[in-house]
Write a protein that binds this ligand. Structure first.
Ligand code: HEC
Length: 124
């Protein structure tokens, strides 16, 4: 009897792992894709991020060249938090006389909007 129960429990655990794990990871990547898509909209919007005014970004048209092209960002910023701090405008990461707006410090974008923009930029 006891043995049978253990067997049933083990079978349930295996089934849960088989069903649960891929579903969980799919949900995570769907969330991530949504964040990236929303971040792209904010980054490209003239009234929000307006990043294209100064940066070349894949998928954007008529980019400016005041700032560097935003490519291979995972290589440039292995630490995603540092990329966020840069876009947020942490004073210690600021380049003197740069035209890069401190998006968080000057409340140009909300914290939530910055999170989405970071996901998008990090995907480039
Ligand atoms: C008015 C021009 C301007 C706008 C608008 C602008 N940037 Fe910048 N950005 C710059 C300049 C200039 C630099 C280079 C000097 C510096 O690091 O501040 C820069 C640097 C950066 C860097 C660092 C690049 C590196 O290789 O280290 C990132 C990341 C970045 N910008 C992201 C963004 C994002 C995301 C947006 C939109 C939400 C944006 N920028 C909007 C001018 C701009």
């Amino acid at each position: 009897m006891k043995n049978k129960m253990i067997h049933a429990l083990a079978a349930t655990a295996v089934a849960a792992t088989m069903l649960g794990a891929p579903m969980a990871s799919q949900a995570a990547s769907a969330d991530e894709a949504k964040m990236i898509a929303e971040g792209k909209k904010i980054a490209f919007s003239r009234s929000k991020g307006n990043c294209l005014a100064c940066h070349m970004i894949k998928g954007g048209s008529l980019p400016g060249n005041i700032g560097p092209a935003l490519i291979a960002m995972k290589l440039r910023y292995p630490d995603k938090q540092k990329l966020r701090d840069k876009i947020w405008g942490k004073p210690e990461l600021e380049v003197k006389y740069s035209m890069m707006p401190p998006f968080g410090r000057h409340a140009i974008l909300s914290e939530d909007q910055i999170d989405k923009v970071v996901e998008f930029i990090y995907s480039l």
